[in-house]
Write a new protein. Structure first.
Length: 90
């Protein structure tokens, strides 16, 4: 087996681990970070398959724009929860 084959197998293993990890994680922030890692690994795989257009799209949309939108959503959900707790106390 060549070094490239071992690298490809390692990437596929990491892809599987991140996919399962994102599904099983109970913390939303951890799930989001695992999702970002999944997107980065997937973009590397697309580049290895000589599909640079898909690799760039996966990196930009999967690890970039989608993650930023989910971070903002997560922050807003936490702000809403915090306001509701403050209203209960006051």
């Amino acid at each position: 087996m060549s070094g490239l084959d071992l690298f490809a197998l390692a990437l596929l293993g990491l892809l599987l681990v991140t996919g399962v990890g994102a599904c099983l994680s109970k913390n939303l922030l951890v799930t989001l970070i695992i999702f970002m890692a999944y997107s980065v690994i997937m973009s590397i795989i697309w580049a290895m398959l000589q599909a640079p257009d898909l690799a760039i799209t996966e990196a930009a949309v999967g690890a970039g724009v989608s993650s930023i939108l989910m971070f903002v959503t997560l922050r807003r959900l936490r702000d809403i929860k915090r306001r509701a707790e403050d209203e209960k106390e006051g």
